[in-house]
Design a binder for this molecule. Sequence first.
Ligand code: SF4
Length: 273
Amino acid sequence: MKTTFSVAELKTALRCMKQFDYRWLQGLKIAPTFTQASSQGVRAGVRRAYEMVGKAEPEEIEEEAATAAEVKVAEVFASGDIRDPHGMSEDQLLCEKSRTERRTDKATRLFVEHTLPYLPSDLTPDQGWALNVPGLAEFSGEFSAIDIGYTPIATRIFYPIPDDDAELLRDPLLALDAYAAETIRQEETKEAGEIKANNCIILATVSSKTTNSAHITFSDDSIERALDRIESVVEAVNKGCFMPAPHDSWTCNNEYCGFYGMCPYGQRNRTQR
Ligand code: SF4
């Protein structure tokens, strides 16, 4: 029986239970694609920017963040561990590398210039959390950042900002972020009471064209639906029920699923049947 789940594990399970089995139970590791390497770079840059909020001028934050992003992408390239699902020639690979570097740099700089000024100026980056849901499991994760009022910041890389409840539908794990933040707030302020998770997420989105931030709130109904989905994933894992991703899933392709080539349920195999 599996009783502890990290957010990374849950994220995979929500996308595809089969992928969860390969990645987290069988322990198979797959190298990132160029797109995923770029996301890793932007994430490193954003993390550095959060660390520097209130401690440096915007130009310095932008430079430091861009450097952190560049270093991360260089690290991925240097490991020789990049996945090329499109079978590119050597020249094409070189072009793709430099396109990835440019895209990462641009997205990171746009984030510092256009999103960071609208976020709280008292951020603590990368705070870990743990949440015990009696009878279900213990969950753990990390906020991109949290402010002094215990509002968690969720960062999305290369993603548009949707409606409040639509975002929770797409990413039920935000409900855990919100619960964890509220639990920490009540512990630290010694305030007891029912823990409600609907009032406190700031969503910061980053892309290479436009970045944005929005304070979003969730309805009780959508939180309940999100928690139901998390519960069903935990139950499926414990029953050993590893269903493939839905037929029209965005993740079931060579770019986003590293197991595509070996998985008997890959879309390509399914359409050939
Ligand atoms: S190929 Fe599709 S079904 Fe198989 S693990 Fe990947 S996402 Fe899941």
